[in-house]
Write a protein that binds this ligand. Structure first.
Ligand code: HAM
Length: 449
């Protein structure tokens, strides 16, 4: 038997429905934030990630899926989305578009050759945003608010936002020198990778996965001590804008991020629910004002984040959140003979194209078997076709809950179903139809009491 590659998943059934629901919420929220959808290639020239994500990042040195195509070009399956989006921004001259800044969002698979464990996959799905062309700290706060609001909207409660600033180029340079000075006398206490990182990119030592428990790393100087005045002021603005948005956050100087392109604001959002495991960062991002230039584009400020969908769904499961996923079928169309089947086939399409969720019989089961199947699918209404009725242009419609049935003129069927299903829907929701705050509404009710 051929099995799926390590670190990959088959997502289907209830799990698939959860993924689709979460993706629909993301699309809906991004529409409200007025971000445009972007879809870039899953593979890109290897050089893009070396120059974009950074030669010294773990992602590029150890985790990429590289291949040479049949035309001898070096290609890489994308390990993250930002480099591809910025490449596209430059290649398509989006900087010349009349409406600025450019606000984009994406949702797609990424590939990292990591050691698989719960929450850490080799094929992962990230949704994320990139804002290009504005250096306003308000953009930083807005970008941080997006995953926070999406998580909250889905019902997550146990999350924590950590933010930090790496400062501008000058601050980063001073910090870099301070780190080298601090680590150099202790080089023998570091792992082999970190010894190599010392001169190339000492910031990477701070998020080393091997040395993370090393006291030396824990006591290293922090970025905030090396921010110049302008960077400090900027960071204060970001935190005050977050305050204005009501986004609780903690300034955590340990957040440095594993990719090389960041400056100023960096952030990570953790799942705090018990038993989540070590891979508990649901999403992260930051500002990357030098990246476009590094990829031969015009100097362009940038800010974004990405969040792993798999980890998000794991967090929803751990917090035992039941998503309001609609699985039921509006109508199940039943038939016995070939003439009825032709009518069933036609009606199935007609009702589907008029907005109903419709199922019918595909296995040649008798009526008894079809009633059972309709129950399995939790169909709200049954259409029971028979040739005599069809000759008179009527059909039997049965409410599968009350078991009441009546004969309905086929010309009137759509109106009938529309009316009756809408009544059921209103009964079911019991409010204005806004489903995402079910949990919160209950909380508010409790507070009111
Ligand atoms: P990242 O921190 O490498 O950032 O990844 C973002 C998120 O993707 C993580 O917080 C995690 O939820 C998920 N993730 C990463 N690796 C894995 C994995 N192996 N298995 C499962 N989930 C994973 C970036 O990728 C940046 N491009 C974010 C960004 C956008 N910065 C600016 N703009």
């Amino acid at each position: 038997m051929i099995t799926k590659p390590k670190g990959c998943h088959d997502i289907y059934g209830q799990e698939g429905r959860k993924w689709k629901y979460v993706e629909e919420v993301i699309d809906m929220v991004m529409k409200k934030y007025h971000y445009d959808y972007i879809r870039t290639p899953i593979f890109e020239a290897t050089e893009l990630f070396h120059r974009g994500v950074g030669e010294s990042s773990d992602i590029v040195t150890k985790e990429t899926y590289d291949f040479v195509d049949r035309g001898d070009r070096k290609m890489t399956l994308r390990p993250e989305g930002t480099a591809g989006v910025v490449r596209s921004y430059i290649e398509n001259k989006m900087y010349g578009e009349p409406s600025q800044p450019i606000k984009l969002y994406y949702n797609g698979t990424m590939y990292r050759y990591e050691r698989p464990q719960s929450g850490r996959d080799r094929e992962l799905t990230q949704f994320g945003v990139e804002v290009l062309g504005s250096e306003d700290p308000m953009v930083d706060a807005e970008v941080i608010s997006i995953p926070v609001n999406i998580y909250k909207m889905l019902g997550l409660k146990q999350i924590k936002v950590n933010i930090n600033s790496l400062g501008d180029m000058e601050s980063r340079k001073r910090y870099r020198e301070a780190l080298i000075e601090y680590f150099r006398p202790h080089i023998d206490e570091l792992c082999e990778d970190c010894r190599n990182r010392l001169e190339k990119n000492p910031l990477r030592i701070l998020d080393c996965k091997v040395d993370c428990d090393n006291e030396l790393i824990k006591n290293a100087p922090t970025t905030l001590d090396y921010l110049n005045e302008a960077s400090k002021e900027r960071f204060d603005k970001v935190t005050s804008y977050l305050g204005a948005l009501g986004i609780e956050h903690e300034v955590n100087p340990k957040i440095v991020r594993g990719l090389d392109y960041y400056c100023h604001t960096v952030f990570e959002i953790e799942a705090k629910v018990e038993g989540f495991g070590s891979q508990n960062v649901l999403g992260g991002g930051g500002r990357y004002d030098g990246l476009a230039e590094q990829l031969d584009g015009p100097k362009t400020p940038g800010m974004g984040f990405a969040s792993g969908l798999g980890r998000l769904i794991l967090a929803l499961d751990k917090e035992e959140i039941k998503l309001p996923i609609k699985e039921d079928v509006d109508v199940f169309i039943m038939y016995v003979n070939e003439d009825e089947k032709l009518n069933a086939l036609y009606l199935t399409q007609e009702l589907r194209m008029n907005g109903f969720t419709v199922e019918t019989e595909y296995l040649g089961r008798g009526l008894k078997g079809q009633f059972k199947q309709a129950d399995r699918l939790q169909s709200k209404y049954l259409l029971i076709l028979n040739s005599e009725d069809l000759n008179e242009n009527v059909v039997t419609v049965k409410n599968n809950k009350t078991k009441e049935e009546e004969k309905i003129d086929l010309d009137y069927l759509i109106y009938y179903l529309d009316e009756h299903l809408e009544e059921e829907e209103n009964l079911h929701l019991g409010h204005d139809g806004y489903e995402y705050h079910e949990d919160r509404e209950e909380d508010e009710d409790e507070e009111d009491e």
